[in-house]
Ligand binder design. Structure first.
Ligand SMILES: [Zn+2]
Length: 245
């Protein structure tokens, strides 16, 4: 088994009603939600999952605050990664807060589900604000068709429901398989509930529930897309404590 590590990068903050992130849970209660990108490496491969939100210039589709050191460039600089060395970018889906900084990776291939691109090009009116055509169509994509292997130890599971082409990235580590589910699992409360709770924003509740069940059989750990707990550790799996004798 490959042994990748994952670092979650804090790329700013949105505020949403809780019922938008977890279907019918606590309506009227706002929730602070970090926007998170992920850096994955085995020491050789350099992989990004999701590239964060539209710069905080007042044009983003929802409230989005980003401190100076929370741009994806700065977050990568902090951990010593040059975006030019990243050759693989994988999108959980193509909502505006997951794919806005592709331009900083001039040497990368960009992987998205074919179905997600198809829908992003012509969403229903209700969903138009979540897709930004100015961002989306400046990128050339490698199209994935359902479950796919990107490389040894990095797989995607087709998990529609939040959007028609949502996918979860499965990462082999020394502590089992970590899942990066995108907005299939936005906050941990969705995952911990019985039954698991879909996102309040969805295109199909039945396929959403099936995707949650499918993902729970496929992974050992999960890193929700907008949960502060995903930022709690510097690196996943956690580094083993060294015994000082
Ligand atoms: Zn989304």
């Amino acid at each position: 088994m490959k042994e990748y590590t994952i670092q979650s990068l804090n790329c700013g903050l949105t505020i949403r009603d809780t019922s938008q992130t977890a279907y019918m849970l606590n309506p009227g209660v706002p929730h602070n939600l970090p926007v998170i990108s992920y850096y994955i490496t085995d020491g050789y491969e350099k992989i990004i999952v999701d590239t964060g939100g539209t710069p905080a210039d007042g044009k983003s589709h929802m409230y989005y605050a980003q401190a100076e050191d929370e741009t994806l460039e700065k977050q990568l600089e902090k951990i010593g990664v040059d975006p030019k060395d990243v050759h693989t970018v994988i999108f959980t889906h193509l909502h505006w807060d997951h794919c806005a900084n592709n331009h900083i990776f001039p040497n990368a291939k960009f992987y998205a589900q074919k179905e997600e691109l198809r829908y992003a090009a012509a969403p229903i009116e209700l969903h138009r604000k979540y897709y930004d055509p100015h961002i989306l169509f400046q990128t050339t994509y490698e199209f994935l068709d359902k479950d796919s292997e990107i490389m040894e130890g990095i797989n995607v599971l087709f998990t529609p429901g939040h959007s028609p082409g949502s996918q979860s990235i499965l990462v082999d580590t020394r502590d089992g398989i970590y899942a990066i589910p995108g907005d299939l699992v936005t906050i941990m409360e969705q995952w911990e509930a019985t039954p698991k709770i879909p996102n309040g924003l969805h295109v199909d509740l039945i396929s959403f529930s099936e995707s949650l069940n499918r993902l729970s059989r496929a992974c050992d750990h999960i890193l929700p897309s907008h949960d502060p707990r995903t930022l709690a550790e510097k690196i996943y799996p956690q580094e083993k404590e060294t015994l000082v004798i």
